[in-house]
Design a binder for this molecule. Structure first.
Ligand SMILES: Cc1cc2nc3c(=O)[nH]c(=O)nc-3n(C[C@H](O)[C@H](O)[C@H](O)COP(=O)(O)OP(=O)(O)OC[C@H]3O[C@@H](n4cnc5c(N)ncnc54)[C@H](O)[C@@H]3O)c2cc1C
Length: 282
């Protein structure tokens, strides 16, 4: 992967922190603190001092062009792709153990059942997957620390004073935050009736009811969700760790040392398929 990034001239982005890259490009600290950091916080709940490629991914998130979705729901896309692939899929099946045998094939323990495969692509962060490996070089994948995220979905009347808005102001759909707002990283607002709004609050620490009551009057909580490992704490890295852990054993989420997005995961998946084909067939 790192070779492809180097060829495309993108490696410079993951080698340094975002704020340092931007300062070297002549962007001043105030713009970084007041505009760039609020964007990186909304996307990855981290400030602009983090890995530059994750920063670049965050900035792409404010792209303002056309957005497309499927009329019958976006989940149709993976569903149709799966049907077209003709694959046999087992959901709700936890992989516990992967062992490389002396003949180069892999024995996989899924629940109580054991199966043997020619090749394996792991598509889950190993830090949380709880898979035991045997006979494969462990030093090929680096453990990373993951960011925990707390999200609340609420309904109530927005306290305009809290956000320094006057009664004539139109409610924004998103309220960005600077570092001073820690641990809160974003507010999203959807107005549903004349007075009441749906709001989601995202935080890197548990969100207390006292705080929520300051922000929303007549508040009701509809969902309280914690992502125990949302995405890595992005740090500058010299190389993206290898997605090929061993001959026939690929690890998509290695790319998450640089950034975590559906696009980069898709790219890593495509590369994995090309590599595993070469490794197994040749
Ligand atoms: C809050 C949040 C918001 C995000 N927003 C965006 C966004 O707007 N745009 C974007 O592009 N990306 C976004 N991302 C990142 C995106 O979700 C990830 O890049 C993507 O989900 C990675 O896909 P994956 O298949 O590698 O891993 P995952 O989606 O994490 O899937 C891994 C799967 O493996 C399963 N699993 C784990 N261990 C085992 C095991 N031992 N055996 C069997 N199965 C196992 C898990 O249950 C899970 O279903 C967001 C992430 C978070 C957390």
């Amino acid at each position: 992967m790192w070779e492809l990034f180097e060829k495309a001239g993108l490696d410079k982005w993951y080698k340094k922190p975002l704020d340092q890259i931007l300062i070297e490009m002549g962007i001043n600290r105030k713009i970084i603190d007041d505009l760039i950091t609020p964007i990186t916080r909304i996307i990855y709940s981290q400030n602009a001092e983090f890995g530059g490629f994750a920063g670049l991914t965050s900035l792409l998130g404010v792209y303002n062009g056309s957005m497309y979705s499927l009329e019958d729901g976006n989940e149709l896309l993976p569903r149709k792709l799966l049907e077209a692939s003709g694959s046999k899929v087992e959901l709700e099946s936890k992989v516990n153990y992967i062992e490389k045998k002396s003949n180069g094939r892999f024995q996989v323990l899924i629940g109580e059942n054991s199966s043997v495969f020619d090749g394996i692509i792991v598509a889950a962060p190993l830090e949380g997957a709880n898979i035991k490996f045997d006979g494969v070089p462990k030093q090929k994948y680096q453990e990373r620390k993951y960011q925990k995220i707390y999200i609340k979905l609420l309904k109530g009347v927005v306290n305009l004073k809290y956000f320094n808005l006057d009664t004539s102001s139109k409610l924004p759909s998103v309220i960005l935050t600077s570092k001073e707002a820690d641990p809160i990283t974003r507010f999203s607002i959807n107005k549903s009736t004349k007075n009441e709004s749906w709001m989601t609050i995202t935080s890197t620490e548990p969100i207390g009811n006292d705080f929520v009551d300051e922000v929303l009057k007549k508040r009701r909580t509809f969902l309280d969700h914690t992502w125990s490992a949302a995405y890595p704490f992005f740090k500058p890295i010299q190389k993206i760790p290898p997605i090929s852990i061993d001959n026939g054993l690929l690890y998509l989420n290695a790319i998450e040392s640089a950034t975590s997005s559906l696009e980069t995961s898709t790219f890593a998946a495509l590369q994995s398929i090309k590599i595993i084909k070469k490794q197994i067939i040749s």
